[in-house]
Design a protein around this ligand. Structure first.
Ligand SMILES: O=C(O)CCC(=O)C(=O)O
Ligand SMILES: [Fe+2]
Length: 356
């Protein structure tokens, strides 16, 4: 039997009281540009460009002009930023609070309890409690632990690996998944109309109600004694169609816009929505998969809930929609399955790391 690889948890490092982080967590010089304490970064960012905030309740209006304005705001954000804050999404604030509380209480458990849910990435068991393994030549690590599991559709979930504590974790998470699924349809409708397609087109193309998977990743970023040397999550684009992010009102998310890193503000009752690679490909590059990263800070633990809406790995082929391809706009992406896309991306990253 293969022995399980010992994975150091960032939480235990943070709790050990070190004032210097181990070298594996120190990012290379080239990446450290503008890294820093997330709380400071948020304060500094007030005067710069801000991620658009869109009230998607406008889409329910009886007034066509208001609905059109909503489509236009979403289109413009997806084209220019690849990210937006949505408000008026209709998910009850009380349910979101319960979701936050459930995740926090799980991470408040002693480490030994959480280890019972440890994933085993080397044997392909990626769901569960985990921390990043060094998967590239430079052996770089991120300042976070996480919990990852499939959240929707219910018939594909494996409830036996979900946190059993707090006792309402499963109920709250299932409820949240159902609500988020509705918001997701609305976002797909808005985004379809934004590129001149019938409202249902993008969701149907993404696999429809039954075949879009919602993957939940709860990111836990402990306090970090040297936030200008580390990252919570390194700069990346998501492979998803769309990603939805909630957090515990501690800043940390940065998005790359117009050649600069912009720190996301904590907008009350909002959900951050990212365009992911799969949607960029589907729209032949009209919508941008946003480059983003997570900063850490010295004073506060940050927790975020990232939900990735993904197509079935092998069944769905990623390709630009024929309707969005023309002589003037030839296809920018080659046909691939989602699984191939993920592998190609990882391979590229390893190559880059090896040549550094
Ligand atoms: O913590 C965040 O705000 C972002 C997390 C993220 O980018 C991810 O999990 O892919
Ligand atoms: Fe991400």
């Amino acid at each position: 039997m293969a022995t399980k690889v010992f994975v150091p948890r960032v939480e235990s490092l943070a709790r050990s009281g070190i004032d210097q982080i181990p070298t594996e967590y120190v990012r290379p010089e080239s990446e450290r540009d503008h890294l820093g304490d997330a709380l400071e970064a948020e304060k500094k960012s007030v005067n710069g460009p801000q991620i658009p905030i869109i009230d998607i309740k406008m889409f329910d209006s009886d007034d066509e002009a208001v609905r059109k304005q909503c489509v236009e705001e979403v289109r413009s954000a997806a084209v220019n930023w690849g990210v937006m804050h949505i408000v008026g999404h209709g998910i009850p604030a009380e349910l979101i609070d319960r979701l936050r509380e459930a995740g926090k209480r799980f991470f408040d458990l002693p480490l030994e309890e959480k280890e019972k849910y440890a994933n085993d990435q080397s044997s392909g068991m990626i769901q569960g409690y985990g921390s990043k393994l060094a998967n590239n030549a430079s052996g770089q690590l991120e300042w976070e632990d996480y919990f990852f599991h499939l959240m929707f559709p219910e018939n594909q979930t494996n409830l036996s690996i979900w946190p059993r504590y707090p006792p309402d974790y499963t109920e709250v998470t299932k409820e949240f998944a159902k609500e988020l699924r509705v918001v997701m349809t609305k976002m797909f409708n808005l985004l379809s109309l934004g590129v001149g397609l019938p409202a249902e087109k993008l969701e149907a193309e993404a696999g429809g109600m039954e075949n879009i998977l919602l993957q939940m990743k709860i990111n836990y970023y402990p306090k970090c004694p040297q936030p200008s040397l580390a990252v919570g999550v390194e700069a990346h684009t998501d492979v998803s169609r769309l990603s939805f992010i909630l957090h515990n009102n501690v800043p940390g998310l940065q998005v790359f816009y117009d050649g600069k890193w912009v720190t996301a503000k904590c907008v009350p009752d909002s959900i951050v929505v990212h365009v992911g690679d799969s949607l960029e490909i589907l729209t032949n590059g009209l919508y941008k998969s946003v480059l983003h990263r997570g900063l850490v800070n010295k004073e506060k633990v940050r927790i975020s809930w990232a939900v990735f809406a993904e197509p079935d790995k092998e069944k769905v082929l990623l390709r630009p929609l024929p309707e969005l391809v023309s002589d003037a706009a030839p296809p920018k992406y080659e046909l691939r399955t989602f699984a191939q896309h993920v592998r190609q991306k990882l391979f590229k990253k390893e190559q880059e790391a090896a040549t550094k």
